[in-house]
Write a protein that binds this ligand. Sequence first.
Ligand SMILES: [Zn+2]
Length: 456
Amino acid sequence: MKFISLLTTSLFLLFCSCSSLQPSARQVQSKTLIKMALNDQTGYKIIESLTTEIGPRLAGSAQEKRARSWAVAKMKRIGLQTVRVESFDVSHWERVSEDVHILSPNPQKLRATALGGSVGTNHSGVSAKVVSFKNFEALAKAPLKGLENTIVFVDEPMTRTKDGSGYGVAVVKRRRTTVEAAKRGAVAALIRSVGTDHHRFPHTGQTGYEKGVKKIPIAALSAPDADQLARSLKKGSVKIFLKIRVKSKGSLKSGNVIGEIPGQTDKFVVAGAHLDSWDLGTGAVDDGAGVGIVLGAAKTIVKQNLRPKHTIRIILFGSEEVGLVGAKAYAKKHKAELPKHIVASESDFGAGKIWKLDTRFSDSSLSEAKSLFKVLKPLGIKRGNNKAYGGPDLIPMRDLGVPVVTLKQNGWDYFDLHHTEDDTFDKIKPEDIAQNVAAYSAYLWMSSNTESDFRN
Ligand SMILES: [Zn+2]
């Protein structure tokens, strides 16, 4: 009897010491999910479906509305539950036409696109002398007098990086040039496109205005056209004609589309992407890819018939491009529930492979980051820092204390395509999307089965 009990105890101890070295159940299950995702094209097919069946999805447009119906149907087919649209209002804006050309001394057309939200010119357009600034900072520091009745041109290039770190500076140029130019009396503004390509595709993107400062029209020139204007300016004074026509239908409906894999607690883990896109391309890399990746990850989990501890919530945000309108609406509507959001991550940096894991957890939860990293490492992912950004649509909830993860994609080519006519499905590589889907399935499964709260 004693012998038997000793044997049982030793076997028990042996089992315990072995199991502490073994991966946890959620790590083993995550590995299975990764394997499945790497051999599956669900994410890729979802991107194909969205970009082909819907196409461009401008905030507040009829096409964004069709995209919401598409997303509801897709989520239901995948097997997500409590699928719904949470509506909010957005101010509608759309381009009608742009005409930018050099009037003198060497008349010729320039390839340009109006920035989102830009006011139009009057029917006859504007003609004025161009004054160039090497960057936005130079314009912001210029004297307040001396630019009356000119067209300001900010000729600031964007730096190509793997992590997209040049974009922050570029966005300041895109959003603030109108304000600084108008304060100095300019009648219109032009910028070198926010992009890294050398094609004749100008990049759009949201501009901004300031209360009390006159709203002037603004357009972006493609890189070769910005070069052409810069060369012309080196030879002497240049006069440009600019005519922009835009349309607004006022306040229209937009919405976030949400679907879930129900858990057994009242807590959530989130994976997001944005459903809207700019109007020029078909929104494949921005952000059809993100939609395919997070829906693909959800489908991988559902197919395994696994039930998470905490609810997995997939959010496809509306109206991201025009100022995170859907993200703000979500944070406002779910404010009381945000403390129950364990962690969130958004896929919105194109279609390249994930190469780095950043987290934003409390110091005492860093062991969670370590466990997640262990699972992701075989996908070629490195451990990054604990200052994760999370993604644009997560900013409002991150600011309210929700921990975030960034599964950082390689963005080396992202700004060649971003917000241009060239953002189309042919740029998507199925093997890169499969790697993203694999990483997101593992992230969702590991986080939705955690015992920790990443805040404390
Ligand atoms: Zn985006």
